[in-house]
Design a protein around this ligand. Sequence first.
Ligand code: HEM
Length: 270
Amino acid sequence: MPTTATPTAAPTAAEAIPTAAEATQPKVDFGEPTTPYAAYGGIDTLHSLLQPRSTEPAETSFIIATQVMELLFGLLRHEWTQAQQALRADDLPTASAALRRGLGVQDVLVSSWDLLATMTPVEFNAFRPFLGEASGFQSYTYLHLEFLLGNKHERLLKLYAGSPRIHAELAETLHAPSLYQDAERLLRARGAEEWTAVYTDPALHDLKLLAELLLDVAERVTRWRQRHLLAVKRAMGAKPGTGGSSGLSWLSKAAEQDVFPEIWAARNAL
Ligand code: HEM
């Protein structure tokens, strides 16, 4: 039966979409020396941190690549610490979510090498003397990540002997179980001795997903190391590093090492 009610006419396209003149514009009059954006993000401070020492234009991308990666190391440390706390609380979904957020950070870290991909030795040599003995090897945030992965070299704490706060933070992570050991503890708590079990026992399916997630992390760590190695090879060849190592040959050893070797080794037995 037809209804007697008159339906409201649908607005025409012209009526539904406001014209540019009607659209509300963002506010532009804050009447302050800075905008809320700059204040919130500390943007003035951020840009003031770019202080090239040489007249070489390529130094700008070197400094920004270093600063961007350092911030991303910090974000990754945050995500891995969250993951670790969740593993200790037997909370696999929260741990997995944090590791997955970390994978996104690692992907950005790997592609950050694009910022330095074209640097020639002549460009690098033009600002290298200004680095003095500075090297990314001295990054305590990176060292923190290495400790979380389980690559613990107590000797490196010496780098921070003059900085009690950083030394204490690193020493705590050095002596605590690593992210890997926390995952391994869950494995043992479920009655398994080896990672091979999670691939064959359907009752350990959730731990198989964790093992695969840990390998996603491991692959990205290796990819970062390999891209670093290529950037070094391209920008300075096999010359010694500013941090005092032999350079390429020393770095290639770390790039060859498996991260979470036990989970890779499980492949040999499956
Ligand atoms: C083309 C530019 C770069 C060159 C030529 C270079 C060179 C080197 C060299 C030779 C080393 C070995 C230690 C040494 O003797 O200094 C090293 C280590 C390291 N660099 Fe770089 N680097 C570059 C860019 C970066 C950037 C942008 C970062 C980001 C923060 C970085 C982070 C690191 C880290 C974390 C290590 C220690 C690696 C480990 O312990 O396995 N590097 N770098």
